[in-house]
Design a protein around this ligand. Structure first.
Ligand SMILES: [Fe+2]
Ligand SMILES: [Fe+2]
Length: 258
């Protein structure tokens, strides 16, 4: 089974670039499942809207994961309650709207997609390691095919999660930092790992935002109103190949840009 995982799709730029690039990429790579992190897919890059998510589905994305921007748009709560193809971080407060993991049928094989968020420099969330233990106890009753989006800031927390879940899930793919790292590999017990898959959207901003605004913010230490860069675009993803036990065999990072 081949799984394509696309990094944080950001703003209208990211959504339109996905629409342009993804259909031909699907035709050439022939993935069995396409997942994308959509926490920045709203027009302004903050959270996700129904309109944005429909564009992602139209482009060939089947499951959308989220992150710390989950509540940035008013309509998201309703979206999460009604749409079983969207996953929000599992380690939020008990009873939060939506789902921390979902199942997807891929050619008759049940696949679980889990979204979990880190704690270091990220805010107040339950322990992502303990929540993974709880979730996997349930999921492993019905499938060993599990793809984890670990939405976290620091490389150490992400790598620690990779090793913690090695042999228990098919893949641990990092999101949130928007810069693709070059450390993809299959860990010793068969879990595909990548610290960060990168972002899809503006290429010449700082994590998607106009670079001059961010430079000013660092120099003056004053708050600035974020605006997304509108120039050249990039597409970042990873293709993971699994065997029939749900273990990873190989990984291939994908980078396309204008
Ligand atoms: Fe993001
Ligand atoms: Fe994020």
């Amino acid at each position: 089974m081949k799984v394509l995982f696309i990094g944080d799709i950001t703003g209208q730029s990211g959504v339109t670039y996905v629409r342009e690039v993804l259909p031909s990429l699907i035709a050439s790579l022939k993935p069995d499942l396409v997942i994308a992190n959509g926490e920045n897919a709203a027009i302004n890059g903050r959270g996700i809207t129904e309109q944005a998510v429909e564009h992602l589905y139209d482009s060939g994305i089947e499951i959308v994961t989220l992150g710390n921007h989950v509540w940035d748009q008013k309509e998201t709560q309703q979206l999460l309650e009604g749409d079983e193809r969207i996953v929000r971080p599992a380690n939020m407060y008990p009873g939060a709207p939506g789902r921390g993991y979902v199942f997807c049928d891929v050619n008759g094989q049940k696949v679980a997609i889990i979204n979990v968020i880190g704690r270091t420099y990220m805010g107040l969330y339950d322990c992502p390691f303990r929540i993974m233990d709880e979730i996997l106890e349930e999921i492993h009753k019905c499938t060993s095919f599990c793809i984890v989006d670990f939405h976290a800031e620091v490389t150490s927390e992400k790598l620690a999660m990779g090793y913690y879940l090695d042999g228990k899930v098919s893949a641990v793919i990092g999101t949130h930092t928007h810069v693709q790292t070059a450390d993809d590999r299959v860990l010793p017990h068969g879990t595909a790992y990548l610290t960060d898959v990168g972002m899809t959207g503006p290429r010449n901003g700082v994590l998607g935002v106009k670079k001059d605004l961010i430079i000013q913010r660092f120099i003056t230490q004053r708050p600035v109103r974020f605006e997304l860069d509108q120039g050249a675009r990039q597409f970042n993803a990873i293709l993971i190949t699994l065997n029939n036990k749900g273990q990873a065999i190989s990984t291939e990072r994908i980078f396309i840009a204008e």
